[in-house]
Design a protein around this ligand. Structure first.
Ligand code: FAD
Length: 307
């Protein structure tokens, strides 16, 4: 059995693995896709101390760093269930879709999250070529350009306010007939001169010239009329879905499915920790996931020495 078993091999899981292995305890990482969301990222300019890097390169470096230590990496393993220890200090079991199962004294859930997608033509074609999901990450790439934010909930309106300070113009498109964001955010949004809000707008296509985005098409749901907005960027802000389905009903989550953790990264189950985008920690970023992963490994070690 492992002393510490990470489920998920993104920045959070990789950081947790390194911190755990450095304690000389038996450490394993099982991941569906080692590297996580970083693999889908192009330019990364906010990984502190590295001015610029690319996702696949950072993912490679994460794996190299983990492999410096005595860590069992089990890639392409999708966890399907967690069976918590019967008594405190006992062994937890993780079952995998492959039929395999692993046992560990502590488990760190670091299965990350995924952005909800529009599922319209052009979205995939122009991903990272104008279609973006993270304003903190990609906002500065659109300096002085025109963008749309799809989604008028809190994250969409926050993104629009943030982007309005960087880009030339922001169009917010909301599917429903009113914005869903908190009133205070809506008031702030309405005070900005370079923002337009369009409600009852169903985004139907991301348009481009073959290389990059040059427009967005939407349907006015009240009249069924089609419209086109000329722009250079589309930020999709219709939700971030935590990959916590496999522990649903076992580990306590928020109404959004984010795993609830305390300030040591512990879940409601003793010996089961969680870190990174899958948790209810605000702001989903690489450096934050790494910090959270490191903390959860130190907490797991602390738990183990007290057993
Ligand atoms: P993830 O990176 O999501 O990793 C989750 C891991 O768990 C993966 O290995 C996955 O395969 C695995 N997994 C999931 N489900 C299971 C399961 N059931 N069983 C086993 N394994 C499972 N952040 C920045 O700081 N700067 C940026 O520039 C930036 N740009 C981004 C661009 C894009 C396009 C995207 C999508 C994200 C970007 N982010 C950026 C956000 C950043 O990538 C995430 O905050 C970070 O990767 C979260 O790390 P994590 O380890 O918590 O989760």
């Amino acid at each position: 059995a492992f002393d510490v078993l990470m489920i998920g091999g993104g920045p959070a899981g990789a950081a947790a693995a390194i911190y755990a292995a450095r304690k000389g305890i038996r450490t394993g990482v099982a991941a569906e896709r080692f590297g996580g969301q970083v693999l889908d990222t192009m330019a990364i300019e906010n990984f502190i101390s590295v001015k610029e890097t690319e996702g696949p390169q950072l993912a490679r470096q994460l794996e190299e760093h983990v492999r410096q230590y005595d860590v069992d990496i089990m890639n392409m393993q999708r966890a399907s269930a967690l069976i918590p220890a019967v008594e405190p200090g006992g062994l937890h079991e993780v079952q995998f879709a492959s039929g395999a199962s692993l046992k560990a004294r502590t488990v760190i859930i670091s299965t990350g999250a995924r952005w909800r997608e529009l599922n319209v033509p052009g979205e995939n074609t122009y991903r990272n070529k104008g279609v973006a999901y993270c304003p903190h990450c990609d906002g500065p790439l659109f300096k002085g350009k025109r963008v749309a934010v799809v989604g008028g909930g809190n994250s969409g309106v926050e993104a629009a306010i943030d982007l309005a300070g960087l880009v030339a113009h922001v169009t917010v498109l909301e599917f429903a007939d009113t914005l869903k964001a908190d009133e205070v955010l809506q008031r702030k949004l309405r005070s900005l001169p370079n923002v337009d809000v369009i409600c009852s707008a169903q985004t139907t296509e991301v348009l481009g010239d073959g290389q990059k985005v040059n427009g967005l098409q939407y349907k006015d749901r009240r009249t069924d009329e089609m419209h086109t907005v000329e722009l250079e960027g589309v930020f999709v802000q219709i939700g971030l879905l935590p990959n916590s389905e496999w522990v649903k009903g076992t580990v306590k989550t928020t109404q959004f499915g984010e795993i609830e953790i305390d300030n040591k990264g512990q879940t409601n189950i003793p010996g089961v920790f969680a870190a990174g985008d899958v948790t209810n920690i605000p702001y989903k970023q690489i450096v934050i996931a790494m910090g959270e992963g490191s903390r959860s490994a130190l907490s797991a070690f602390d738990y183990l020495i007290r057993q």
